[in-house]
Design a protein around this ligand. Structure first.
Ligand code: ATP
Ligand code: MG
Length: 366
């Protein structure tokens, strides 16, 4: 998958213009507040996603403009295609290959991308829910039916939790809990096993990549850490039976807590470098490299399943990385189209191949 042309009109601070990226590494270089992240955000929006900065549509329209238009020509599935989004006050128009689409999610999977921006460091810095949503989002990209499994689990969990809260006042409801336990255990075991298998594959790819970026000095390990112990996760039946037995044995605890204390909603992933938790012991550069390795592994797993390599968008990753790590990133990232932003000219000099775009006050020059 390759973007051949990008056009901006009234988008944030970017001047109306067209750029022609190269199929390999594209570096967007400029001082602070010139529009680098805006450019990366535009590509991310064209891939059907919502802003990674949490921006509302109205905030994307340039000051003094009444609409914003983003257009990409790209090569995918063996042919030239195009995607376009027009943001106007209160409405939005989406075109795929010139045909109107009901929503931006129609662009998902057409122009695939993975993005890394400083916000994504929350993957190692924040709590377990960030990591669970990363895994769930990544699995959904290659297995869309997982979304439904997750929603059904959430619905069932909410029902059981409501019942746990109601039972103290209405003890006669206790009998109905069994049916919810059975349903929840079977759905929960399925989710745990899918996530666990994904994390195993992610770890394999990410640790290989991390080995490269750290020049063999750091061993990255990612493992699924579940409320269902590892020995019970070998088969769906044993995972389900463990979860069911646990809920039944610990019913009193669940009743006094008012919620379900076991299941995938309580799980996490452990991320370690040379055996130490990255969250607790990792340096800034190590945390950054580790998230980067995970993001590139995510991309590799999408590529394996959809046989198209997604674009890699790297916003502001070079800062905090030493020169050998920067060099690896710029030159060894492989056969992908990459967009990478940076502030320092020194970083750019390490680029052997690729295209350089200088951005100044929203004006982009190749
Ligand atoms: P940094 O190196 O600090 O990350 P950057 O080059 O990534 O900087 P951007 O985040 O792309 O900078 O933002 C560039 C400028 O765009 C900011 O000064 C911001 O005020 C401006 N900007 C954001 N939204 C709009 C908008 N809707 N219209 C006009 N300008 C905007
Ligand atoms: Mg920026």
């Amino acid at each position: 998958m390759r973007v051949t042309s990008l056009r901006f009109e009234g988008f944030r601070n970017l001047e109306n213009s067209e750029i022609r990226p190269c199929p390999g590494v594209n570096v967007i270089y400029g001082t602070n507040a010139q529009g680098k992240t805006n450019l990366v955000e535009a590509i991310w929006l064209l891939s059907g996603n919502r802003s990674f900065r949490g921006a509302k549509d109205s905030e994307l329209i340039g000051f003094g403009s009444d609409h914003a238009k983003l257009h990409a020509d790209f090569f995918s599935e063996g042919r030239e295609q195009s995607a376009e989004i027009v943001y106007a006050k209160g409405k939005k128009e989406i075109l795929l290959n010139g045909v109107n689409q009901p929503s931006t999610s129609a662009l998902l999977g057409r122009l695939c991308a993975v993005v890394f921006s400083p916000e994504h460091l929350s993957l190692v810095k924040s709590g377990p829910s960030e990591r669970r949503s990363f895994i769930d989002g990544a699995v959904c990209q290659i297995k869309p039916s997982f979304k439904e499994a997750l929603s059904e689990y959430k619905r069932t969990l909410a029902q059981r939790n409501t019942l746990l809260k109601d039972i103290p006042a209405h003890p006669e409801l206790a009998d109905t809990l069994d049916a919810w336990d059975i349903r929840l255990a079977s759905l929960g075991a399925g989710i745990v096993r899918i996530r666990m298998k994904y994390v195993e594959r992610l770890c394999e790819c990410a640790s290989r990549y991390h080995d490269g970026i750290s020049h063999g000095r750091e061993a990255l390990e990612i493992s699924y850490s579940s409320t269902i112990p590892k020995e019970y996760r070998a088969s769906a039946d044993s995972a389900r039976d463990y979860m069911l037995n646990y809920m039944q044995k610990n019913r009193r605890e669940d009743l006094s807590a008012g919620f379900t204390t076991i299941g995938p909603h309580r799980d996490d992933i452990d991320i370690t470098i040379n055996g130490g938790s990255v969250r607790t012991f990792g340096s800034q550069g190590q945390q950054r490299s580790c998230v980067l390795s995970m993001k590139i592994a995510e991309e590799e797993l999408i590529k394996l399943s959809v046989s198209e390599e997604p674009l890699v968008l790297l916003d502001d990753v070079l800062s905090e990385l030493d020169s050998t790590r920067q060099e690896f990133l710029l030159n060894e990232i492989g056969d992908r189209q990459v967009f990478i932003t940076c502030c320092e000219a020194a970083s750019v000099e390490r680029l052997k191949d690729g295209k350089l775009f200088k951005i100044n006050g929203g004006r982009i020059e190749a």
